[in-house]
Write a protein that binds this ligand. Structure first.
Ligand SMILES: *[C@@H]1O[C@H](CO)[C@@H](O)[C@H](O)[C@H]1NC(C)=O
Ligand SMILES: *[C@@H]1O[C@H](CO)[C@@H](O)[C@H](O)[C@H]1NC(C)=O
Length: 353
């Protein structure tokens, strides 16, 4: 064997060893999730809102077919991240009475589809505001301590990986869709207002004992089928202004991460960016094995989501793996898998070791 290839296989071997080591003796005992529909596994099923997806065809590819309240045909990013960390293959919703604190101890999501950083965003569809997700997390901490004792509970709280994925709705469901914020704030002022809330949220998590935090960026939101459908003048291409806004907001989130890592002793926060990989998938779908990117699988694919994406719609595609998007606002399981694994291999890899 040539020296170079021997070095390469040794290197590959040690990465694999490290990965399997992490999976057996993982330093991350739990994945704890906050945010919107990108990471909600069904909390909205238990509150009065129309922002729901616990019916077919949602979930038709989830573990052999089971709608859960995930806005997807199958799994969402936190499920794949959990799996990559050697933990369970699906992260349950905190409000789901089928699970108990012993399940939540190894991974739980407090997310609520339709929510945002801004309280006014959660009001649009009467969903759980981000501050209340944090209240549920405090409740989880109390139950964890009661169940496992302070020592073990504090260990989990400190070593867990916290995922935050929210923000798209603040712009698309709130600022640009309903009157209010746009008459109070310029778009730049609104971005900075949201960054202020994000900073207070991550600081509050830190004060509660969290250390390993992944602050998620926005996707190229101008490429969601709903936005492309609205872009009639632009030939149904991606809406550049929304993509540019997402990129700009992401750079501000990244600045926040750098700042808090300096300010807060022991804080180990990373900025997880889905933007680049998502845009690459949309621009080169065939490279990733996709056939359709401009419209979604569900119904006409142009504007339906939630209840409009019904089981009886004759236009729904038969193979979601050919589509980048499942409904007009959310990626398919296959897209989620590619994006989550990319983020694990790049940004989150440090937490595997
Ligand atoms: C959002 O609402 C909560 C609860 O009323 C409040 O404590 C918080 O200050 C509000 N956030 C902002 C940014 O106004
Ligand atoms: C963040 O927290 C600070 C200090 O508690 C508060 O003064 C400020 O209004 C908060 N910012 C937002 C946007 O909620």
């Amino acid at each position: 064997m040539a020296m170079a290839s021997m070095t390469n296989s040794l290197r590959l071997f040690s990465v694999q060893l490290l990965l399997s080591f992490a999976m057996v003796y993982g330093k991350v005992p739990s994945i704890i999730v906050f945010g919107d529909s990108s990471v909600d596994a069904g909390n909205n099923n238990y509150i009065p809102t129309i922002a729901r997806s616990n019916f077919e065809p949602y979930g038709r590819d989830f573990n052999g077919g089971h709608p859960t309240g995930r806005f997807c045909n199958g799994k969402i990013a936190p499920d794949f991240i959990s799996q990559a960390f050697g933990l369970k293959g699906a992260i349950p919703a905190y409000l789901d009475p089928a699970y108990s604190i012993s399940d939540f101890a190894t991974g739980v999501t407090f997310a609520s589809a339709g929510t945002g950083y801004d309280n006014a965003t959660s009001s649009v569809l009467s969903v759980i505001p981000l501050w209340k997700e944090l209240e549920y997390y405090k409740d989880f901490q109390t139950k964890l301590r009661t169940s496992l004792g302070d020592g073990k509970a504090n260990d989990i709280i400190k070593e867990a990986l916290y995922l935050i994925s929210v923000g798209t709705n603040d712009f698309l469901e709130n600022y640009y869709a309903v009157p209010g914020r746009s008459s109070q704030y310029t778009i730049t002022e609104y971005e900075n207002f949201l960054i202020g809330i994000a900073g207070n949220f991550t600081k509050a998590l830190y004060d509660l004992g969290a250390r390993k935090i992944s602050l998620g960026g926005l996707p190229p939101m101008g490429c969601m089928p709903l936005e492309r459908t609205g872009n009639l003048m632009g030939g149904s291409e991606c809406v550049d202004s929304y993509n540019n806004l997402a990129a700009e907001f992401n750079s501000k989130l990244n600045d926040l991460v750098i700042k808090q890592n300096k300010e807060l002793n022991g804080m180990d926060m990373v900025f997880s960016d889905p933007y680049g990989i998502m845009l690459d998938i949309v621009q080169k779908p065939a490279f990733y094995g996709f056939e359709v990117t401009g419209v979604a699988c569900c119904a006409t694919g142009m504007f339906e989501m939630g209840y409009a994406c019904s089981r009886t719609n004759p236009f729904t595609c038969s193979d979601a793996d050919k589509y980048v998007f499942w409904d007009s606002f959310h990626p398919t399981e296959k897209t989620n898998s590619i994006v989550a694994n990319r983020v694990v291999q790049t940004t989150l890899a440090k937490f595997l070791m």
